[in-house]
Design a protein around this ligand. Structure first.
Ligand code: FAD
Length: 591
């Protein structure tokens, strides 16, 4: 059942599991655990219901969901030294479905090497690509695009699941740039090879994007895992309610380890608090920003930081909130000769056209509104003989993993939220994203109040490798568009703010990167997984995702990745959560 007020839940209600946060991590766990009718589950979400919210349903309207909306936590980072002291708007979903309800829907599974490195770090082959790949098939429902075009050569159907809860599909509305992107992969095939399906474990190259929508409607952790099962008598979903603390039971276990067995919640800083009890476990799935915040508020984290805020240390775990990794992105614009080839700005500048397209979506669930904003994605590596390797070790997970990414947009797109589209001119954009960053940031508390925003420092572009690779990625984006003949006459040159950047001048490219970089919303690593004996090396959870030094407490969300996936991470979070649910059900103790 759905509850909007904790006062409506009977005070003596017994739960086996309490799951905090209804994003991909928490929704999968709550849904799978409640498959057993004997298991009572409470899922607590800070935000409201996602039901009936038009921009959540209409794929093309994804960019209306952030920043500064009621479905966003509306965070901001600390001033970033690597970005000339600029603070960055830092959106996180605050709604049923979590960030999957406000994200831009790219569905990318990561490389085989990413998962094999997780398995190596955890010492548990269960996190390897070969072991996780069946979970991808289990969670996916690959559906045909709504325009029924022939998808051969665009997606490998046989490597995907077709019966899982989460709809995914390939782009279902053609963009004017599509044929040129594909033609470039033929013309410059050595540097930019075509990849028929980037979700095979081998993502390198350029290919058609897959995304979390289907039949014209966005698919989220809520629409796929929670709403279809919300009538289960053993699943309670409590929305509009913030978990303020994880509660310790009065007794430690026989070995003196603190036992966590419940949560404290409140609807606002002025409303009454309530406590709920879990007889088996509390599962934290509040995401890579709020999970470490909750651990710290509950006395689990670096002792000195906790002491500075007057919080009693229950478990001294130095890595809580550390190792924040994220992917910085820079939008690089190009001028396009013809207005009709600038699809996004044509729609943005013509409200009649916008209304017609929305009506087409309302009537038929088809057309541009049934599509996301990106039809092609590229995953690329610095060359093997790049001079950077004389001074730097390769931070990627292995030869199948990329260092940087391209996202192609048929519009003016800025990486600085809120930047207005120029009043005149026609554009396309190649976003360059650094997906193998070595910068490591942190999430800490600003106050002992659970209602105060945490201090978020992703430390963007703070290492020589990151600055170098972002520079290489921006130059590569320009090479893709300006050196392939297919774009002759279509593109007239660098455009908008990017027009003034002298690509031959390292300092000029770096200046552009530092001025334009912002998050592509992929924070991970703040409660990272380590192997059985690795506490001293700075992990927070063990290979079962149990919080070290505690009983009854687990983390299942993007915080646990020991290294940031070199991909858009939602797919990996869904897959990790599917396996975590099996681990919880089995009661396994790996260490
Ligand atoms: C704007 C945006 C665009 C993105 N685009 C993509 C994309 O295209 N492709 C992709 O793969 N990934 C994308 N991502 C990232 C992806 O959505 C996340 O990696 C993924 O959702 C993480 O899942 P999670 O379960 O770890 O956390 P989240 O999805 O963030 O869910 C955490 C949930 O916990 C709730 N919560 C937090 N604190 C509390 C508390 N104290 N009490 C109760 N509830 C709480 C939150 O409100 C939220 O609902 C994007 C993210 C954003 C914000």
């Amino acid at each position: 059942a759905l509850f909007t007020d904790p006062a409506d839940i009977l005070a003596d209600k017994q739960y086996h599991y309490i799951v905090v946060g209804a994003g991909p991590g928490g929704s999968v766990v709550a849904s799978r655990l409640s498959e057993d009718p004997q298991t009572n589950v409470l899922l607590i979400e800070a935000g409201p219901s996602d039901e009936g919210v038009l921009p959540i349903e209409v794929p093309y309207l994804a960019y209306e969901l952030q920043p500064n909306t009621t479905h966003d936590w509306n965070y901001t980072t600390t001033p970033q030294t690597g970005l000339d002291g600029r603070a960055v708007i830092y959106s996180r979903g605050r709604v049923l479905g979590g960030s999957s309800s406000i994200n831009v829907m790219a569905y990318t599974r990561s490389s085989r090497d990413d998962f094999d490195r997780y398995a190596a770090v955890g010492g548990d082959q269960g996190w390897s690509w070969d072991a996780i790949e069946p979970y991808y098939r289990k969670l996916e429902h690959l559906v045909p695009p709504v325009d029924h075009h022939n998808t051969s050569g665009q997606v490998e159907w046989q490597i995907h699941g077709t019966r899982g809860p989460l709809n995914i599909t390939v782009a279902n509305a053609p963009f004017p740039i599509d044929s040129h992107v594909v033609a470039t992969t033929q013309e410059l095939s050595e540097e930019y090879p075509y990849n028929e399906d980037m979700n095979s474990g081998y993502p390198l190259g350029i290919g058609w994007a897959q995304a979390t929508y289907g039949n014209g409607i966005r698919a989220t952790a809520s629409s796929s895992y929670i709403r279809p099962v919300i009538s289960r008598p053993n699943l309670d979903v409590l929305i509009n309610t913030i978990t303020t603390k994880i509660l310790r039971s009065r007794h430690s276990d026989e070995a003196g380890v603190p036992v966590f067995s419940g949560v404290e919640v409140a609807q606002s800083s002025t409303s009454p608090t309530f406590a709920f009890n879990a007889t088996k476990e509390v599962v934290l799935s509040a995401g890579a920003i709020n999970t470490p915040q909750l651990l710290l508020l509950s006395g689990i984290g670096p002792r000195a930081h906790l002491a500075s805020l007057g919080i009693e240390t229950v478990v001294d775990l130095p890595a809580v909130g550390q190792n924040l990794a994220d992917h910085p992105r820079v939008g690089n614009q190009f001028s396009v000769a013809s207005a009709q080839d600038d699809l996004g700005d044509t729609i943005g500048r013509n409200s009649t056209l916008f209304d017609e397209l929305l009506q087409e979506w309302e009537e038929k669930r088809q057309g541009v509104m049934a599509n996301g904003g990106t039809n092609h994605i590229g995953w690329l590596r610095l060359p093997a003989d790049d001079p950077i390797w004389e001074t730097e070790e390769d931070p990627s997970a292995g030869p199948a993993a990329p260092h940087y990414e391209f996202l192609f947009r048929p519009a003016f797109a800025s990486s600085i939220p809120g930047t207005p589209t120029p009043a005149t001119g026609n554009f396309m954009t190649v976003l360059a994203v650094l997906v193998s960053p070595t910068s490591a940031g942190s999430v800490t508390l600003s106050s002992a109040s659970p209602f105060a925003p945490p201090v978020i420092d992703p430390a963007f572009l703070s290492t020589p490798f990151d600055v170098y690779t972002m520079r290489a990625a921006i130059r590569s984006a320009a090479r893709f568009v300006l050196s392939a003949q297919t774009w002759d006459g279509f593109v007239t040159g660098q455009g908008a703010g990017f027009a003034d950047v002298d690509l031959n001048d390292d300092a000029a490219v770096d200046k552009w990167a530092r001025a334009q970089a912002s998050t592509i919303w992929h924070p991970t690593g703040t409660a990272r997984m380590g192997g059985c004996g690795y506490v001293e090396e700075g992990s927070v959870v063990d290979p079962d995702l149990r919080v070290r030094g505690t009983e009854g407490l687990r983390v299942v969300d993007a915080s646990v990745f020991p290294f940031i996936p070199a991909a858009h991470p939602q797919a990996a979070v869904y897959a990790f959560a599917e396996r975590a649910a099996d681990l919880i059900k089995s009661g396994r103790r790996f260490c």
